[in-house]
Design a protein around this ligand. Structure first.
Ligand code: BES
Ligand code: ZN
Length: 480
């Protein structure tokens, strides 16, 4: 089934309007990880639901209940389930995306307002929080739907949608929803799904499209050390008492070496080393140390060897220190001894590691190291959220369809990649539905997801919308 040229032309002809719609989505600050924005996450769900309905999709908003975040009970934003098409002769594709975003403030170092989409006509960048992660890709699907509705074209497949608003915060509630939904048999919204497509990651570089068949999992820890009943003056109490911040920094300094080696005993040993055939795959990828330097904006890779740098992201675990809550933060030179501080760190995990195996190793090690300090302060370590790693069979027809679609739109074959980030629900879909999951990214490696000045290139948004549509035609062309 060739992709109709009217569809491709429609996307080109309506590019400016599609970008305006992306601007509407970016303007809703649907930050899931900060309680004060929770109403905005709800507003975003209503906006997206409205868009889907107006494009002919039947939807259901599923209430996922409540959760506690930063000691505050909050309602979870709904999952949006959608369906369009019920032709038993067609394949059924389930599409997942997330409508929540990472926090952003201009004062973090943005050049523009993060929640105002700025179109840089000179560079073609569409700049704003969520532009690439993950509002751009979600809107790519809306663009495909709109083109078909307006042109009166039949969709080549039946579509099912599952959009969530808590992905950036561990996808709370979604696993349970999917597991419950699949038990409903014929009544399930996922009944008859043949494959899953997720557009929520990025090309390795800024040139070569890719398909992704692996993701790392994650275990996120909060390590709290508390001592005095209140913040203290360091001139009055310094060297008289155990200081929580000193204890915390000492322990955080024992988690990982500056060259990335994880010091928690047992964590590194779980991962088998790469064989020659696997190394050959990494050697062939269109990705260089220079690409990493360009993406991070400085020549700071852990090695000058391309394969060892790539393996750090694709097939090795990593431990990152994220921040310290409760520490003195801000201008000036306050002479405070903070009473209670919480260090946040996470470990990206790879097969065969699981959160269940990693969590006790970390807790035991941290407790042992704290005991060595002989501190009278109190320690608490919590797992805030976790997700398992995922690997798929990239020889599956779902990937073959995406390869053909990429070749049609970009006139080149995609790289096949494993990714360092995490999308916890991927494995849940693969296991609960028993179908192949494909990651089909829209944006580029230098888009700056989670960072300041996040962007998606106009051409990635527009060609990417064509890619998503063309992929559906390629799946539709596969014989049952
Ligand atoms: N879009 C990312 C996932 C991603 C990032 C895939 C980089 C591939 C490369 C997603 O929105 C995300 O950031 N997920 C979180 C999940 C976590 C909170 C469990 C992540 O990876 O930090
Ligand atoms: Zn994302």
């Amino acid at each position: 089934m060739a992709t109709p040229s009217q569809f491709l032309k429609f996307v080109d002809d309506n590019a400016d309007r599609f970008i305006k719609r992306l601007g509407e989505a970016v303007a809703i600050p649907s930050v899931s990880g900060d309680g004060k924005y929770r109403p905005e996450v709800f507003r975003m769900s209503a906006w997206l639901d409205g868009q889907l309905q107006s494009l002919g999709v039947t939807t259901k908003l599923v209430d996922l209940g409540k959760h506690v975040m930063d000691d505050q009970e909050l309602p979870l934003p709904p999952a949006i389930l959608g369906r369009i098409g019920d032709d038993p002769k067609k394949k059924t594709v389930l599409i997942y995306g997330h409508y929540d975003v990472q926090p952003a403030q201009k004062s973090d170092g943005w050049d523009t307002e993060p929640f105002t989409l700025v179109v840089d006509e000179k560079t073609g960048k569409l700049i704003g929080r969520g532009s690439t992660d993950d509002k751009g890709p979600i809107l790519g699907w809306l663009n495909v739907l709109e083109a078909h509705k307006t042109l009166g074209l039949e969709l080549p497949v039946n579509l099912r949608f599952c959009f969530e608003g808590m992905e950036e915060n561990g996808s709370e509630g979604l696993d349970d929803l999917i597991k419950t939904e699949v038990t409903k048999g014929k009544e399930s919204w996922f009944d008859g799904v043949d494959c899953v497509c997720i557009s929520d990651n990025y090309w390795l570089n800024s040139r070569t499209p890719c398909l992704t068949y692996g993701l790392r999992g994650l275990v996120y820890f909060k390590l709290t050390i508390s001592g005095p009943a209140r913040d203290l003056h360091s001139g009055v109490f310094g060297r008289m008492v155990h200081e929580p911040m000193t204890d915390l920094i000492t322990i955080m300094g024992k988690l990982v070496t500056p060259d990335g080696t994880i010091l928690v005993p047992g964590v590194e040993d779980m991962v088998p080393s790469a064989q020659d055939d696997e190394i050959a795959i990494y050697e062939k990828l269109d990705y260089s140390v220079k690409d990493v330097e360009d993406a991070v904006g400085a020549p700071i890779t852990l090695s000058q060897d391309k394969v060892s740098v790539i393996m750090g992201r694709m097939r090795l675990p990593s431990l990152s220190l994220h921040g310290i809550e409760g520490a003195f933060y801000g201008p000036g030179a306050k002479t405070v001894i903070p009473a209670s501080v919480s260090g946040k760190f996470s470990i990206r995990i790879v097969p065969p590691q699981t959160p269940e195996a990693i969590e006790p190793l970390v807790k035991k090690y941290v407790e042992q190291e704290f005991a060595k300090l002989n501190s009278k302060n109190k320690l608490k370590i919590e797992n805030l959220h976790d997700g398992r790693p995922w690997l798929a069979d990239h020889r599956h027809w779902n990937y073959e369809a995406a390869i053909r679609a990429t070749e049609a739109v970009y006139k080149r074959s995609p790289d096949l990649t494993r990714e360092g980030g995490s999308i916890p629900v991927t494995l849940t879909f693969a296991e609960s539905l028993g179908v192949n999951v494909l990651l089909l990214p829209m944006g580029r490696g230098d888009d700056g997801a989670h960072s300041t000045n996040e962007k998606i290139d106009r051409s990635n948004f527009i060609e990417g919308s064509k890619l998503l549509g063309t992929y559906l035609y390629e799946v539709g062309a596969i014989k049952a």
